[in-house]
Design a protein around this ligand. Sequence first.
Ligand code: ADP
Length: 256
Amino acid sequence: MSEHVLEVIQLKKVYGIHTSSEFEALHDIDFICDQGEFICIMGPSGSGKSTFINNISTIDNPTSGKVYIQGREIRTMSSNEIGQFRYDNLGFIFQDFNLLDSHTIYENIAMPLSLKKVKPKIINDKIQQLSKRLNIDTLLKKYPHECSGGQRQRAAICRALINNPKIIIADEPTGNLDSVNSNELLKILQQLNKENSVTIIMVSHDPLIASYSSRLIYIKDGRIEQTLERKDLTQEDYFQQIVEINSSESRAALQQ
Ligand code: ADP
């Protein structure tokens, strides 16, 4: 039904439903994302950013509402279909990298393809090509604990990209990186977005990181409170506007 990469209709998430601690974390959110967008989701801690990103990316199930990814409604798929769909369409990058310490960087990157029983030669060709692009081709035999944070995050990006996903979901991807590695990561994401038209949906609390996006979604108390499009703003002007949104929201919180 949908032509959009992602369409979210009246998404509601209630935790602890029918218990004394019932809590509505997302209130009927509508949201559309088109191919090639680079979305950054910001908002105060506890506002619902992770809940939102988990519910639009098959990690969690909404309490009500509809989520269409590439025109497919997630709730109509069986768990097997969701697994295949995720593999075909989505790449995930997390703050803590989520690499397996007992596996080499090569084995970690290969994981999504190995699980799908792709031929080792094809896996190898893909890893050699991608690891060169991300400048970790000399680290493939090392274990994650032998690599720096920036190198581990680049390995995690390689793993997220190995099956050519159409959408990358990144939850605070720079949370454990210093500023040099954060900027490097953002440049890689921006390049993928511009040159390969990969759609990116990223959570960050940092206005500088957010200024690499093409659209900002500010979530507060489980609702989309504000949106801002970069359009033809320079990155610096876009950054200033993002800072202003954050500080006006913080001032409003202080006055409450
Ligand atoms: P953010 O990512 O913006 O920090 P979250 O999406 O993690 O916010 O959380 C939004 C709200 O939902 C918070 O009040 C949080 O305490 C609550 N919450 C998150 N996960 C759960 C859960 N599994 N059970 C109950 N409440 C939760």
